[in-house]
Design a protein around this ligand. Structure first.
Ligand code: ASP
Ligand code: MG
Length: 409
């Protein structure tokens, strides 16, 4: 008996139908029979959450957020109860719970609540009694005993938070891909699966378009130094371990590249070039909850300048409206926008100790005759926006020329 406490999280595609529920159940039972205690977190089946949101839209454009949480949390209640039934049917004891039943306490922000603490008593009692505990992901309860949800993709966060609270030995995130790749394998066919990646790189990749894990979940794992094993529910292969430091003595300079087409660019023209203006613009945008990613301010001519920023396409209408209001207040010129942009990013902790990575990336793009529009960098990443049509080509050529298919893994 190895006697480990293992938290396993299964994403929506892994439990999308009865056949997949059985496959997942078998895998859970196998781990339990190996002498381990197993706590399972599940997402809603397939696209259930999207479907529930669509349903609400047929009724109202402005549903009360409390009611959205009541609605969306039902998806995970379905999958967790069905999974528990499946395991029981196989002759192994399991019990399902909602987030509130097992004391996942959150703050009061409906649809994007933060986890404050988890009362683990009930879970521990059931584990001690020999049961597999199945918990509905993505949800908790606030002080007023209202159901809350943790933001899209929040089951990852439920799993990580539970693993931390329970002091689990292992936290496995099961999904429909085999792990984290050097690039999206659907776009770059020789992308390589990574054996290890650091928390920081994963956060950077996730923020720049990689869609494997919820960013907040990785942040919490990083904070508590909880290694995560991202792997496929359809195969037994080892996936990718996300951890603080990989076992390599020297890190590769670049670990991965990403592409996102989900952003748009907004430009405020003829902005007066004087102190406090940028602060005004971006404070106003932040107040309206508009997330800004890249920012570029041009050299000023005749005491005015252009300021461009990128934001998610989904917030573009709000961003334009807000930019127009700001322009009026600060006596700036016209607002323009560009929906047809793509952003490619190059990520790697090795960049901290290597210079010239940016120059190399720009040369690669130049060689591919790809024009760069905006540029931003962090300690471990470089991002460029390009025309949307050039996005995939940019990703492929960077992957190839940076020799990522040969990266250590
Ligand atoms: N079902 C929720 C969503 O689709 C939570 C999750 O899948 O992690 O966002
Ligand atoms: Mg989902």
């Amino acid at each position: 008996m190895s006697g480990k406490l293992i938290v396993k999280k299964f994403g929506g595609s892994s439990v999308a139908n009865v056949e997949r529920l059985r496959r997942v159940a078998l895998r859970i039972v196998e781990t339990a029979k190996g002498g381990n205690h197993v706590v399972v977190v599940v997402s809603a089946m397939g696209d259930t959450t999207d479907e529930l949101i669509e349903l609400s839209k047929k009724i109202t454009k402005n549903p009360p957020e409390r009611e959205m949480d009541m609605l969306m949390s039902t998806g995970e209640q379905i999958s967790s109860s069905l999974l528990s039934m499946t395991i029981n049917e196989m002759g192994t004891r399991a019990i399902s719970f909602t987030g509130s039943q097992v004391g996942i306490m959150t703050d009061g922000f409906h649809t994007r609540a933060k986890v404050l603490k988890i009362e683990t008593k009930r879970i521990k009692k059931e584990i001690a009694g020999g049961k597999i505990v199945i918990i509905a992901g993505f949800q908790g309860m606030n002080k007023a005993r209202e159901i809350t949800t943790l933001g899209r993709g929040g089951s990852d966060l439920s799993a990580v938070a539970l693993a931390v609270a329970l002091g689990a030995d292992v936290c496995e995130i099961y999904t429909d891909v085999e792990g984290i790749y050097t690039a999206d394998p659907r776009v770059v066919n020789n992308a390589k699966k990574l054996k290890y990646i650091t928390f920081d790189e994963m956060l950077e990749l996730a923020a720049r378009g990689a869609q494997v894990m919820q960013t907040r979940a990785v942040e919490v794992a990083k904070k508590f130094n909880l290694p995560l094993h991202v792997r496929s529910s359809f195969s037994k292969k080892e996936g990718t371990i996300i951890m603080k430091k990989t076992p390599y003595i020297e890190e590769p300079v670049v670990r991965g590249v990403t592409l996102t087409e989900s952003e748009a660019k907004v430009t405020i023209g003829s902005v007066p070039d004087k102190p406090g203006i940028a602060a005004k613009i971006f404070t106003e945008l932040a107040k309206k909850n508009i997330n800004v990613d890249m920012i570029v301010q041009n050299v000023s001519h005749k005491k005015t300048t252009d300021i461009s920023f990128t934001t998610l396409k989904s917030t573009l209408p709000k961003a334009i409206k807000t930019a127009k209001e700001i322009a009026k207040k600060i006596k700036a010129g016209i607002i323009s926008f560009d929906n047809d942009i793509a952003k490619v990013s190059v990520v790697g902790v090795g960049m901290k100790s290597h210079s010239g990575v940016a120059a190399k990336c720009f040369s690669i793009l130049a060689k591919g005759k790809i024009n760069i529009d905006m540029i931003s960098t962090s300690e471990i990443s470089i991002s460029c926006t390009v025309k949307k049509e050039a996005g995939k080509k940019a990703l492929k050529i960077l992957h190839k020329e940076l020799k990522l298919n040969k990266v250590k893994s």
